[in-house]
Design a protein around this ligand. Structure first.
Ligand code: NAD
Length: 509
């Protein structure tokens, strides 16, 4: 690859000094290298990292790799997060990381170093392209798949706020925020624009989860209004999974909540050859981390046979992220050429040819690097970009207090619970209106639910006036409820601008 191509990629015009030869130019720009933390990881990690860096360096010799640890050995050394302080400091300083897979060892507190890194740096956007690759067997090679899933990465059920409510009832809080939804929607439109894509689907379950998934949907629609040139559509996530299998070519960008995105992005990877070929970017306001989606493949670790494609593609995403789009195109093009030819590929896709080692595969790609990407396989301009933090939207709706949901543990019949709670609440400002079990109303009208558990939601409506001291009134009710049974948690029932900010139980009118 010629340096005149490299110097056009954001290195700075001063580097294009015509009197310098190649060696002189390299020396002159050494000081301007981009620092990227390299985490070689566990299992096949060091092998595929060496291969990926070899290819990236050949296309773009302006990265200052800073090697740091995370994963199995760090856990074994007694660091419960799996990520030592110097790695955290280095990523915070560089703002960029390329990471190979990390093992989540069993028996070291069960934490995942991957999740630690995502949470620590608030890497809220997970970008997972799914694109048909030449020479990689898949059921969808014709007409081909080329889509990107933009997954919210830190909220939703994966915020990990779980409690055992009783010995037999577990609960997980699904937290969706307007701020988080707005940031990911903006990232999805920025991604679409950067890649020249004309359509963004928002996939939710807003028909059932009206408040959480509903907030994600309505926030998406607000953000979409500011991007009239890009077609914005909503699709129910179950239908999205169905349509992805029937007609994946109909999708461009899909933006979705954390757990939906986890599932859809693996589905999409399956359309184009599997997780072994899936690259990803984790985007935050200050840090971006690029990684292969597959794991440490302990069954083939140390044998030099692992396929480095996913990490190389993740490296191309990193290059595009730092503005080195032509180098990213060159890396992808060389990879596509080698995959298509099939003569120097690893055992997992070698077919009729003898398999190449990880290192030989990387060498074949490096040999193919061409400064002019082939139009047929060149990637669209742009890549994962961040357009700046979303402005905080200040909303201050009129609030009214309707009552309380008190979740209690109770082992007897519901009618007895109801009559005791009614008696207990007579001297309070609340009145028992409804009891539900696992979301279905069982009092006052029990429509035949047979399988109740020991965890009951008791809905009390507020009969007092707004101006009274609500905190005292609530404490008074809870003290009275405690005489009947033990309560686990309490939720306020509020109205915002006259609209209920809570759902009704199944069966409640
Ligand atoms: P895995 O992806 O490591 O392996 C599944 C299968 O795919 C294995 O047969 C493996 O040999 C094969 N495979 C995976 N990557 C390959 C590659 N590049 N080339 C050739 N074959 C490849 O999944 P697993 O066995 O469930 O997980 C192993 C470990 O990896 C676990 O500790 C898990 O926690 C960890 N993991 C880490 C990440 C990450 O760091 N992002 C992701 C997933 C799993």
């Amino acid at each position: 690859m010629k340096l005149d191509m490299l110097v056009t990629e954001g290195i700075g015009a001063s580097h294009a000094d015509p009197v310098l030869d190649d060696a002189g130019l390299r020396g002159a720009i050494a000081a301007d290298k981009t620092a990227v933390v390299s985490i070689a990881g566990d299992g096949i990690g060091p092998e595929i990292m060496a291969a990926a860096r070899r290819v990236i360096d050949a296309a773009y010799p302006f990265i200052d790799w800073q090697e740091h640890d995370a994963g199995a050995e760090v856990f074994a050394g007694g660091i419960a997060s799996g990520v030592p302080a110097d790695t955290i400091d280095a990523i915070a300083e560089a703002g960029l990381a390329l990471k190979a897979p990390l093992e989540t060892p069993v028996g070291h507190g069960g934490k995942s170093a991957n999740v630690t890194l995502r949470k620590l740096f608030e890497l809220y956007g997970n970008i997972r392209p799914a694109r048909t690759l030449p020479g990689v067997p898949s059921r969808y090679a014709d007409p081909g798949v080329d889509l990107v899933i933009v997954r919210e990465n830190v909220e939703d059920l994966y915020a990990g706020i779980e409690h055992m409510q009783t010995p037999d009832v577990a609960q997980c809080l699904k937290l969706v925020t307007r701020q988080g939804s707005e940031k990911i929607a903006r990232l999805a439109f920025a991604q679409a624009r950067a890649e020249g894509r004309g359509q963004v689907h928002c996939a939710t379950k807003a028909n059932i989860l009206k408040l959480t998934e509903g907030l994600f949907k309505s926030t998406f629609e607000e953000v979409a209004a500011a991007h009239p040139d890009i077609q914005a559509r909503h699709i129910l996530v179950d239908n999205c999974a169905h349509q992805l299998v029937l007609a994946p070519e109909a999708f461009d960008v899909i933006v979705t909540t954390n757990m939906n995105g986890d599932i859809l992005s693996d589905l999409a990877a399956g359309l184009v050859g599997g997780l072994g070929f899936a690259a990803s970017a984790n985007i935050g306001d200050r840090v971006a981390m690029f990684e292969a989606v597959h794991g440490t493949a302990p069954d083939i670790a140390g044998q030099g046979v692992a396929n480095p494609t996913a990490l190389i593609l993740s490296g191309a995403m990193l290059l595009r992220h730092i503005g080195a789009a032509a180098a990213a195109d060159a890396v992808e093009q060389a990879l596509y050429d080698v995959l298509e030819e099939g003569r120097y590929v690893t055992a997992d896709i070698a077919g009729r040819h003898p398999p190449a080692s990880t290192a030989d595969f990387a060498a074949a790609i490096t040999d193919r690097l061409d400064p002019v990407p082939d139009a047929a396989w060149s990637s669209p301009a742009g890549g994962p970009v961040w357009t700046g933090p979303a402005p905080a939207v200040r909303r201050d709706p009129r609030r009214e207090f309707d009552g309380l949901d008190v979740f209690v543990e109770w082992h007897g019949p519901v009618d007895e619970l109801a009559s005791r709670l009614k008696a207990a609440s007579t001297a309070t400002r609340f009145e028992l209106a409804m009891i539900s079990n696992r979301g279905t109303m069982v009092y006052p009208d029990n429509r035949g639910i047979a399988d109740t558990v020991d965890h009951w939601r008791c809905r009390f409506v507020y009969r007092g006036v707004e101006s009274t001291d609500l905190q005292s009134a609530i404490c008074h009710l809870l003290a009275r409820v405690s005489r009947v049974c033990s309560w686990m948690h309490v939720e306020r029932l509020q109205r915002f601008d006259g609209r209920p900010a809570y759902t009704l139980a199944q069966g409640q009118a």
